[in-house]
Design a protein around this ligand. Structure first.
Ligand SMILES: Nc1ncnc2c1ncn2[C@@H]1O[C@H](COP(=O)(O)OP(=O)(O)OP(=O)(O)O)[C@@H](O)[C@H]1O
Ligand SMILES: [Mg+2]
Length: 233
């Protein structure tokens, strides 16, 4: 049984009298410990897919199962526990608390998940050991992004959903973050990373390609998997 299973999942949004189909008939299975990249152009449904897997949104049709359990069939309290203890998010827009420092933002993640990890240590791992007491407004975009990554990693939750985690980062820092995510997946964390960058996708075990809300590719990276050290983008 796969850890994450999607069967015939569609998500339609109604806006201003029109309908936008963000995802259509998506079938997908992700095994525990996989490092999966979701690749595709802007607007193809990547964020929508992450939100559905993380139970932040519900499909219009189809079914999502985590560890064999249907999200649609889960009670409110099961969903509450799932969001706190099983899944962690790196949002495309970071979603940091503006009134909390970097350290406090990460400690929030630790507290919510009941993790035993040290927020300061994880911030040091993402290269922000000297920015602990800065508020988000006192950090660069890439630094804010890394705080969001640290917050997700510090939860120790088994599923990490990361939306464009290298988007704001320069090459060297991006590589550092990919290495960190890889190390976590080797330690058993299931990592689903969204990107629109084909070069970044090449470090994954598996690339799921979306186009206009459909899965149009699913397999090892085109041209073979590449070591992070050999990446260029
Ligand atoms: N809440 C919403 N209401 C209406 N339409 C939405 C909503 N969220 C997303 N959409 C639409 O659904 C489609 C998929 O959006 P989504 O955010 O999943 O794309 P994406 O692949 O993450 O794009 P990007 O690379 O730009 O982040 C887009 O056409 C978008 O306009
Ligand atoms: Mg997106």
């Amino acid at each position: 049984m796969a850890l994450i299973e999607l069967q015939g999942v569609a998500r339609r949004y109604e806006v201003g009298g029109g309908v936008v189909t963000a995802l259509r008939e998506v079938d997908l299975e992700v095994e525990a410990g996989e490092f999966v990249v979701v690749l595709g152009p802007s607007g193809c449904g990547k964020t929508t897919l992450l939100n559905l897997i993380g139970a932040l949104d519900v499909p219009t049709s189809g079914e999502i199962r985590i560890n064999g359990q249907s999200l649609a069939g889960a009670s409110r309290s099961d969903l509450f526990t799932f969001r706190r203890r099983s899944v962690s998010f790196v949002f495309q827009t970071f979603n940091l608390f503006p009134t909390l420092t970097a350290l406090e933002n990460v400690e929030f993640g630790v507290d919510v998940a009941g993790s035993d990890r040290s927020a300061a240590d994880v911030l040091a791992e993402v290269g922000l050991g000297d920015r602990l007491h800065h508020f988000p407004s006192q950090l660069s975009g890439g630094e804010q992004h890394r705080v969001a990554i640290a917050r997700a990693l510090a939860t120790g939750n088994p599923i990490l959903l990361a939306d464009e985690p290298t988007g704001e980062l320069d090459f060297t820092t991006g590589v550092q973050i990919l290495e960190l995510l890889h190390a976590h997946s080797h330690a058993g964390m299931t990592v689903v990373v969204v990107t629109h960058n084909r070069e970044i996708a090449r470090v994954a075990d598996r690339v799921i390609e979306l186009s206009s809300g459909r899965v149009v590719g699913d397999g090892p990276p085109e041209g073979g998997q590449r070591a992070i050290a050999d990446l260029r983008w």
